[in-house]
Design a protein around this ligand. Structure first.
Ligand code: BGC
Ligand code: BGC
Length: 658
């Protein structure tokens, strides 16, 4: 090629690149709800200009509390720490609020301890309080998001956001990695329950409401005492991976990616989300952590996001060419803060080297630091006292409440119980099986009815929700506790049996009604992925018990605890009434509130929950979403019976989001 031809060719290539990059029309333009503030920005200018390169490198790195000491925070000037799921101060799962607070104070004090005249920048601690302050002993645990999607009540989400924030803030933590805005489209995914719905509009509405409750509303009570920062996660397409594989690949057009998986982010940014967590997953083969087009140009550019992007747990290590301790690609693609639980030290060293060599442009580092400091400034953290000295709630409201009393506070527990009531979805109710008269002779079967870890699901004290027992959750009630309380008041009886023990003795007298409770065992990300939607493939004792009862003419009420829609048509067939209770959390008594009648036999509360996910007819029907063609669910999106509308024909379809 001649020189002019080469120049022309290069020019054409550049032109093509620019126009491809410029076509971001799938990501509607919007702007930050925070008006740009010259006073704030000039304060940031002066802080940043006084920071050393080493200060800046530390600011963009987050390590995990088991691997970062307060001395490390001071020495390396780390910007953030986190505690992962199942990680507690001193590795003590029953750590008291005072122990959390003492550790938060120690990190804070270390971060501002310097006398060389350079800026003192408080460290920020992030945690996963994804259904209440679920790492903290004694916390109120709300239904997982799938249940809140069934309740579909933004006002409820606002209250839950506020209550969760207070319990998190009580421990001295400033930042929560919630809400998950995934729009799970394949129910095999083990994080299905972390999403509110398969319907993007419902995810957007509920996610925005939770954020408002958690952080306070912009221009009103944003980051007032007792509020914590929220995180919109995981950007973007985490719920769309092929086969429902966790951290997998989402194959979709940009239009679909934005319309379905991006919906929650538009709403979250409008309600003031300041941090966005980048997804482990890929979009059309490219890891999100290496996608400057979506991170820099779409999110920070077109969508006006002026907060910061936090990477997910070592997720940068999955970018081709990267390791846990080195990934200039992710940083250059727009990740502002690395979540590097164990390898933060080596990562920091490499990052310093990469900035010095120009592999990471100095302006990119400054931009990331500015974003992190902007969030710390807006959130009041730059000027906040040490954690134990921060007020918790507006004066008046909190006056009589000690910090530790916020954990499992009676108001919060009442709210969680209400959330359980609102989340229950009634799929069938024949022969007047429900409501159950509280003065009846009730047979209750299934170990799940008395097992609190089972009703909590994953992200509950431990990461996967396994390896715990009822005693780990002091401020909680099992479903059986709730039934017993209501029945004993009304003069009925409750007898508990294992499934295998149901109607084994032909001489025994029959109960008036049987209540069967069964469900999935707890799981979380990755480990919760399944091959099919068949419920309990290896153990059908619940089904056999239901059939024995049915054959004996005993009305059967089944309650399913689950983090995803499951193929249970056999179970529904063998039941007179069937209720989906999702993963209700610590207030199992909310189930009895709706299932048991009052003394006059009238319902105390009606069912108001509606399916937030289309319900499968077969175990292989994992991709089953409203709007699909053909659309052949067993129960459509939005389905839900009530006492007032007992027949399917009378149940109003929920066509849009609600
Ligand atoms: C999860 C995130 C979580 C993070 C910190 C990751 O594995 O994907 O949702 O916030 O861990 O625990
Ligand atoms: C942590 C979680 C984290 C996960 C990532 C676990 O050890 O406790 O918080 O999400 O690792 O794989």
């Amino acid at each position: 090629m001649t020189a002019p031809r080469i120049a022309l060719f290069a020019w054409a290539l550049l032109g093509a690149a620019i126009s491809a990059a410029a076509d971001l029309s799938q990501w509607p333009r919007q702007s930050s709800p925070f008006p740009s503030d010259p006073v704030e920005e000039s304060r940031l200018d002066s802080i940043i200009s006084a920071m050393t390169l080493r200060d800046k490198a530390g600011q963009v790195i987050m390590g995990e509390i088991q691997h970062v000491s307060p001395t490390d925070v001071k020495r390396y000037r780390l910007g953030a720490v986190l505690n992962g799921g199942g990680s507690f101060p001193g590795k003590e799962r029953h750590a008291a609020v005072s122990q959390w607070l003492a550790l938060a104070d120690a990190y804070h004090d270390a971060s501002v301890d310097r006398d060389d005249g350079r800026p003192r920048i408080p460290v920020i601690w992030g945690t996963d309080a994804v259904h209440g302050a679920n790492n903290v002993f004694g916390a109120t645990l709300f239904p997982h998001n799938i249940g809140l999607g069934a309740a579909a009540n933004p006002e409820l989400l606002r209250l839950i956001g506020a209550a969760t924030a207070r319990e998190v803030a009580a421990t001295g933590i400033y930042w929560n990695f919630a809400p998950t805005l995934a729009v799970p489209r394949n129910d095999r995914w083990g994080r299905t329950y972390e999403g509110y719905s398969e319907h993007p509009a419902l995810v957007a509405e509920l996610g925005a409401a939770l954020i408002e409750g958690m952080q306070g509303a912009v221009g009103r009570d944003f980051m007032a005492p007792g509020k914590v920062l929220a995180t919109a996660k995981h950007f973007v397409g985490d719920g769309g991976t092929a086969g429902g594989v966790d951290q997998g690949n989402t194959e979709a057009s940009e239009e679909e990616l934005s319309r379905i998986h991006g919906a929650g982010y538009r709403a979250a940014l409008r309600s003031g989300a300041q941090t966005v967590m980048v997804s482990f997953s890929s979009w059309n083969g490219l890891k999100m952590h290496a996608n400057p087009r979506l991170l820099q140009e779409a999110l920070k550019g077109r969508m006006g996001f002026d907060g910061f992007l936090i990477g997910d747990w070592d997720a940068h290590s999955q970018v081709p060419g990267c390791t846990a301790s080195s990934c200039p690609e992710a940083f250059n693609a727009g990740v502002d803060m690395f979540m590097a639980p164990k390898d933060w030290k080596a990562l920091r060293r490499n990052l310093l080297r990469q900035v010095r060599s120009g592999e990471i442009p100095a302006e990119r580092l400054d931009d990331a630091v500015r974003r992190i400091l902007r969030v710390k400034l807006r959130a009041g953290l730059l000027d906040a006292p040490r954690p134990s000295e921060r007020p918790l709630a507006p004066p008046g409201e909190a006056a009589a409440v000690h910090r530790s009393d916020w954990l499992g506070h009676t108001q919060h527990r009442a709210l969680a119980r209400r959330a359980v009531r609102e989340s229950l979805v009634l799929l069938k109710n024949e022969r007047g099986a429900l409501p159950v008269a509280p003065n009846a002779k009730i047979l209750v079967a299934g170990a799940a009815v008395a097992n609190i870890p089972g009703q909590l699901g994953g992200w509950s004290m431990t990461w996967q929700g396994d390896d715990t027992e009822n005693a780990d959750f002091p401020n909680a009630a099992s479903i059986l506790d709730g039934l017993r309380a209501a029945v004993s008041e009304a003069g009925g009886t409750v007898e508990f049996r294992r499934f295998s023990e149901v109607l084994r003795d032909p001489a025994e007298s029959l109960p008036d009604v049987a209540l069967l409770v069964f469900g999935e065992k707890p799981y979380a990300e990755y480990e919760g992925d399944v091959e099919t939607l068949e419920f309990s493939p290896r153990d059908k004792s619940h089904l056999k018990a239901a059939r024995r009862l049915q054959a004996a003419g005993v009305p059967v009420v089944s309650v399913l605890l689950t983090g995803r829609p499951l193929a249970v048509l056999g179970e529904i067939e063998a039941s007179d009434a069937f209720v989906v209770a999702w993963l209700p959390g610590s207030e199992g008594a909310g189930v009895a509130d709706v299932l048991l009648a009052d003394a006059q036999g009238e319902p105390r509360f009606d069912f108001t929950g509606r399916l937030p996910f289309s319900w499968p007819a077969r175990p292989d029907q994992a991709v089953n979403n409203v709007g699909d063609d053909p659309y052949q669910p067993a129960f459509r999106f939005g389905f839900g019976l009530s006492y007032e509308r007992p027949r399917p024909g009378n149940s109003p379809a929920r066509s849009g989001a609600r």
